[in-house]
Write a protein of this length. Structure first.
Length: 308
């Protein structure tokens, strides 16, 4: 198949918006309603795009449409183009007045409890017109959205990025990870408490694809132990804290989370080999928008205050 020239003027920006809307809503009709267009106009524009590309982007079914292999590929690039254009508009606006804009932060467990709220509060004091969007997910789920421009930065424990091209990281501070339980937990009465003793209780651990989960599994293996059989997997700070507070569950939490909650306290079982660096992950080849740059400045400032 010959190379397709998409810069000859036949492909329009509205085509990208339309294809992404169809993919997001799974239906030409719902995309038309979202874009405030008539359905025949959306169908006609979709045919125009498919004509330019020479391939079918969606298969039609009784319940809507599904992207084809070509559709998945084109939608991925369309999202990236639209994200960059949104960022360009925001950057121009930000350069013009420095008072408005949006910064989207993907957050992990570490850093989200103390550092992020303090940095957001400081940013809003300086620039109340900037909108801050916080989205929680695992690192693996955040990276594609970071590279596509849907989020500006990822905040949390620094995951290895050796085989992930296009990323860079900034270390903000070091923070131990502690095993925690509620104050009246029965394990606190055991003399010489060890990790093996805690297997008698339920645990709440991060999801398998997180770096912290991998390191905790290594701690268990080094001690000749298997993971707890009674287990909940969760990365939501609020859910973890509530489970620890209201049950006999044991969790591994960053020190700033563990020591700022009156309903829980660390257990005397150290996690010496668990990595402790908290920081931000950024696209290596993309300049932060003015709003993202301000957010970074406040994160660095508040991190320095936490460790002073």
């Amino acid at each position: 198949m010959r190379a397709i020239d998409l810069l000859n003027g036949r492909l329009k920006l509205r085509h990208l918006v339309l294809v992404v809307a169809i993919a997001d809503r799974g239906s030409v009709l719902r995309a038309a309603e979202h874009l405030h267009l008539a359905q025949p106009a959306v169908t006609r524009s979709l045919r125009e795009v498919e004509g330019v590309l020479g391939v079918e982007l969606f298969t039609r079914g009784p319940r809507g449409v599904t992207p084809t292999l070509f559709g998945d590929a084109f939608v991925e690039h369309a999202r990236a183009v639209l994200a960059e254009l949104r960022r360009a508009g925001e950057r121009i606006s930000g350069l013009a007045d420095g008072e408005v804009g949006t910064v989207t932060i993907g957050t992990l467990l570490a850093g989200s409890n103390v550092l992020l709220p303090r940095a957001i509060a400081a940013l809003k004091r300086d620039r109340p017109g900037i909108t801050v969007i916080v989205q929680e997910a695992t690192f693996d789920a955040q990276v594609p959205r970071l590279l596509d421009g849907e989020i500006d930065l990822i905040l949390g424990r620094l995951n290895p990025i050796g085989d992930l091209r296009g990323l860079r990281q900034i270390t903000l501070y070091g923070e131990p990870v502690l095993l925690v339980a509620r104050h009246g937990h029965p394990a606190r009465t055991m003399p010489g408490l060890a990790l093996a003793d805690l297997l008698a209780y339920p645990w709440v651990l991060p999801l398998e694809q997180t770096a912290l989960r991998t390191e905790l599994e290594q701690v268990f293996r080094a001690a000749g132990l298997t993971l707890p059989g009674d287990l909940v997997e969760c990365t939501s700070v609020l859910t973890v804290r509530t489970l620890v507070r209201d049950t006999d569950m044991i969790a591994a939490l960053p020190e700033l989370v563990a020591r700022t909650d009156a309903d829980m306290a660390p257990l005397p079982v150290p996690l010496e080999t668990v990595r402790r660096q908290v920081g931000v992950t950024l696209p290596a080849n993309r300049t932060p928008t003015p709003s993202a740059r301000l957010m970074l400045d406040h994160l660095e400032r508040e991190a320095a205050a936490l460790t002073a």
